[in-house]
Each structure stands twice: as C-alpha cells, then as structure tokens.
Design a protein around this ligand. Sequence first.
Ligand code: PBG
Length: 320
Amino acid sequence: MRRPRRNRSSQAIRDLAQETRLTANDFIFPIFLLEGKNQKSEVESMPGIYRLSEDLILKEIEECLNLGIKGFDIFPVVEESYKDKYASKSFDSDFFYLKSLKKIKETFPEALIITDVAMDPYSSDGHDGIVEDGKILNDETLEVLGKMSLAQAETGIDMIGPSDMMDFRVGYLRNVLDENGFHETGIMSYTAKYASAFYGPFRDALNSAPKFGDKKTYQMNPANSDEALLEAQLDFQEGADVLMVKPALAYLDIIKKLKENFNIPIAAYNVSGEYSMIKAAGEKGWLDPTATMMESLLSMKRSGADMILTYFAKEAAKLI
Ligand code: PBG
C-alpha cells in the first residue's frame, strides 16, 4: 500500500524528502535611505523596519553580508520640498540618494546593489510618471526614467529596478545604458506589478502616496494573469535580466507562470503590507510571526521565485 505518511514519520526523513529550501542567498533586502547623518526612524506600520541615513545603512549592509544576504534594493526618502512635477532631483548628481549609492557601492563592491527607477518618491504628484490633466504620460516619462537610470548607473550600482510600469521602458532604458557604455548594468524589471492595496506601508515609509487618484492606469489589474505573460514577453524581448512579480503572496500563480515560461531568473517582491500583516497579527498574539514568515517565504520559492525581495531578509537569514 502506498502510504505517504512514511516519508513524514521522522525529522530525518522529512529533511531528506524536503523539496524546497530557503537560504540567505535567496534574499534581497529593501532599505529606506534618509538624508543626513546618524538618522534613524522606525516605519510605524512596519515594526522593526527603519529609515536610515547612509552611515547607518553601511553598518546594516555589513551586518547583512555577514548573515549571507548579498542583494540590497535602496529606496530614497525624499522630503516634500525636493519634489516637483518632473522628479528633477532623481537625476541631480548632487542629490543625496545618488551620492549614497556611490558610497555604498564603493564600500561593498561584493554586494549586489539595486536601485529604484520610478518618479513617485520625487514627484509632487506622487505618481510614477509625469502627470498632465490627470493623465500619466508614457513616452514623456521615459525620458525622465532614462536620465534617472543613467545617473544611477554612473554611481557604479549593479542593477536598476524600474518599478514604474510605463510601456517600453525596459527597452528604452537598456538602450540608454548601452549607448553610454553601461552594458554591464543589469535590469531587474518590475514586470507584473499589480495595482495592489498591499503597498500601503511602503508609501508611509517614503511618504510617496499619490496625491490624487490611483495607479490603475499603469499598474496591472489584480484579476489578470494572461496580461502578466504579455508584460513578461515584452520585458524579456526588451532585454530584462530578471523578471519580477509584485506583490508575492497573493500572486503565487503568477510567479509560477513566469517561471514556467521564461528562462531567466524570476524575482518575487514580498511587499510591505505582507510584512505588516504578519507583524501585526504576531503582536496581537493571533499567530506565530516567525513560523508564518518562514512559511510565506518558502511558498514563494516553491512557486518558482529564484530570488525574494523581503523586509524579513535579516530575520529569516538569522534563522536559517
Ligand atoms: C513605487 C514602488 C512601490 C513599491 C516599490 N516601488 C509602491 C507603489 O507602486 O505605489 C512598493 C513596495 C512595497 O510595498 O514594499 N515605484
């Protein structure tokens, strides 16, 4: 008689029969960068996650590297007074984000440093593109994204992360990078990025929520899955090095679909709201935050994610 329970009967056989394993090498740690020195403030809706100034981020990255985490995605916290309609600060080489990227990369050449390419942190409209008459302009936005990407590549970072969802941006940015000699700078494309309510705490962290409307004319409809394949085909053809699905937990089917259809690495972004839910329920004593964290991360890897962007990176790496 076939009895599946035999392979679950002891820790030894469970370990031997285990199909999926997490390692610290799977994780990319998203970090919120503040201007200044010795600055640290906790994101209220993300207990245990801090906005940090450059000096403190250098310590944080060192700690992570010692835990085996090698990838870092750096997001700038931009003061309201720096924001404008065209996100001009995003390509001003004197701006603190670009200076800090250079310092971080110089200090840790062995780490993989990823940047965020989108207008929203720098935009007075809080949108990922240029806004005119309430509309998000696609092709005009590409020019801004091109300047932003080039300024970031010049700091020496390894990979840009376009998170804006404009059409043709991967091809456009690949061209800009190549024409300027940055053929080694990679592109992790936010390929299937859904218009999700799970980004709430991240927008608190950066104070980057849209000033009007929502992001549904550029981010994807959560009801769609064929459309994720279309986005992936385009990003693949346009030269993306990594395809990302975001959020992760409510979109495991999309991760699996991309993994089955493309032979380049797939990333999953375990977003802010997914982090906050577990932390909040854990604080209330309603579920075990450590076990649910590990189970969630494991499910992303089992679905096909080759790498996972997660605010849990440090906590999980310590347990592995
Ligand atoms: C914006 C951006 C967002 C996130 C990463 N880049 C939010 C948004 O699209 O509004 C969300 C990340 C998270 O929730 O952890 N370009």
